[in-house]
Write a protein that binds this ligand. Structure first.
Ligand code: ATP
Length: 327
């Protein structure tokens, strides 16, 4: 299923103070059905506080949160029926078998007796737990324990699923499996994924929300974020290098700097890529081109730029953020 217009999580002007400390400052965002939102931020940014408020475990100091149009403060029980939550430390009982534990979770969620087995089967199927139903949770690998944690979060088929750092401590194969499970969940649930792992966002999420010091510093689609990572500079090297002034003459070139002998970094207008002209001219002039490639910002560089640029820490304006990244 693709992202729809239906808003399943609405966060409006939410703030949370701990004494004098403002941990979350006037946060507003929506999540639509079918959307996987990545919540990113450095340590202490306010991610856990935000998740605690959305899951109804912590009251905001100000603002309003609705889950599937139900206000979590006014009708917490009802709102929580529409939520599945995997906390950072999964609430699993290691002395239970997987089947016993999921049966217990189904009861807690008030799934009717006659529908419980079906709900357990579906959750096990989705999380690839069919083979381990009779095994003690404590004897399972960390990746499988995490799947059990996700199974308890989706057993009542909630429209909204919240996963707090679901891949921490997993090996690379388990990480891939859990990420693909999250993508699958995103097909018929709205998912909020809190993570410190930056590539997780580009591989799993439709939308990214970065918070820093309690405020939103960036909110955009993963597609736009990837465009933002396309920097407008080229790295070129020649055996018979021209001088920098020659390279400066190409249309669109803003500046040229030498990196080592024969190699240059060329900054250009994002709408005018001089690569082709440079290649043609190099052949014509015998510059003997060795290398030409666009330089890319990594997500890590974008993240560090955004979250360490003090003056932008409380700005929620996409245009200004573009400046922050490229300045
Ligand atoms: P991390 O990635 O390290 O888990 P986070 O983004 O989840 O960090 P929060 O745990 O939400 O951040 O914390 C935000 C701020 O609120 C921090 O400065 C933290 O010290 C403070 N804080 C969190 N919980 C409490 C509390 N119960 N009492 C006082 N201050 C708190």
């Amino acid at each position: 299923m693709s992202v729809t217009d239906e808003i399943l999580v609405s966060v409006k002007g939410v703030s949370r103070f701990y004494g004098d400390l403002c941990a979350v400052n006037n946060l507003s965002f929506n999540i639509h059905r079918g959307e996987v939102l990545g919540l990113l931020g450095p340590n202490g940014a306010g991610k856990s506080t935000t998740i605690q408020m959305i899951t109804g475990n912590l009251a905001p100091s100000f603002g309003q949160i609705s889950i599937n149009s139900i206000d979590i403060l006014d009708r917490p029980k009802k709102a929580k029926q529409h939520l599945g939550y995997l906390p950072e430390h999964p609430p699993i009982y290691k002395e239970f078998t997987v089947d016993e534990y999921l049966r217990f979770c189904a009861k807690l969620h008030h799934i009717k007796h006659s529908e419980r087995q079906e709900a357990i089967n579906i959750a096990k199927q989705r999380c690839s737990l069919n083979e381990v139903g009779k095994r003690l949770i404590g004897n399972l690998s960390k990746g499988f324990q995490q799947r059990v944690g996700i199974a308890q979060a989706i057993i009542h088929s909630p429209p909204v699923v919240i996963l707090d750092e679901p891949t921490v401590g997993l090996d690379p194969i388990q990480i891939r499996e859990i990420r693909s499970l999250i993508r699958e969940l995103g097909e018929d649930h709205s998912v909020i994924l809190s993570t410190h792992i930056l590539p997780e966002v580009t591989t799993t999420c439709d939308k990214v929300l970065i918070i820093n010091k309690g405020s939103i510093v960036l909110t955009e689609t993963t597609e736009d974020l990837q465009k933002r990572m396309q920097s407008s500079s080229l790295f070129v090297g020649f055996h018979q290098a021209p001088n920098a002034e020659e390279l400066h003459k190409f249309a669109g070139v803003d500046s040229v700097s030498t990196t080592k002998e024969g190699y240059f970094r060329i900054h250009h207008n994002p709408d005018i890529d001089p690569s082709e002209q440079i290649v043609l001219k190099s052949v014509e002039q015998g510059w003997r081109l060795i290398e030409i490639r666009p330089e890319q910002l990594s997500l890590e560089e974008v993240f560090v730029d955004i979250t360490t640029t003090e003056e932008h820490s409380s700005i929620n304006n996409d245009d200004v953020m573009v400046e922050a990244v490229y300045s």
